[in-house]
Design a protein. Structure first.
Length: 166
């Protein structure tokens, strides 16, 4: 047995899905920043990241192919500060979520140290397509050994009287 998820011959064209699952499992190990994923409705999700200390200018959200990528980078202000204890680190992060085909980003906002991103899946149109079943082409070449049938030349019919008079 191979280590493939979609190893069955009945799953055709799912190689890209398997690659996405591998990519998602590799990126799931980093727990910073903490986040929630909520289902708001049957076709709506919300991702909430705890980004306390980050301003809107420190955050960037992009969609790269089928990935939602959130990046945060705090700019050090005032190198002149002298810390007696520094327990709050200005840490940068990158968090990527693999999006299913058809998922769209509805919007994002920052509220009290929480970054909210709404995702939705538009309702698909029901499509029914009828596939025509055709007969194979019936082109048979004549056999080489069979003689070709030629139409007869028209014959002249003579009246008996015309033959006797000649």
């Amino acid at each position: 047995m191979s280590g493939r998820v979609f190893g069955s011959p009945m799953f055709l064209g799912f190689d890209h899905l398997e690659q996405m699952l591998e990519r998602a499992s590799k990126g799931a190990s980093d727990g910073y920043p903490p986040y929630n994923i909520e289902q708001m409705a049957s076709n709506k999700l919300r991702i909430t990241l705890a980004v306390a200390g980050f301003r809107m200018d420190d955050l960037q959200i992009t969609q790269e192919d089928n990935q939602l990528v959130i990046r945060g980078r705090q700019v050090e202000e005032g190198e002149e500060r002298i810390y007696l204890h520094r327990g709050i680190a200005s840490r940068q992060f990158q968090k990527a979520f693999v999006l299913a085909e058809g998922i769209e980003i509805g919007g994002a906002w920052l509220d009290n140290g929480l970054l909210h991103i709404d995702l939705f899946r538009p309702q698909p149109e029901v499509r029914v397509k009828r596939i025509e079943i055709r007969q194979p082409a019936q082109t048979k070449a004549p056999a080489a050994s069979a003689p070709a049938i030629k139409p007869r030349a028209p014959q002249m019919l003579h009246r008996v009287e015309d033959i006797e008079s000649n």
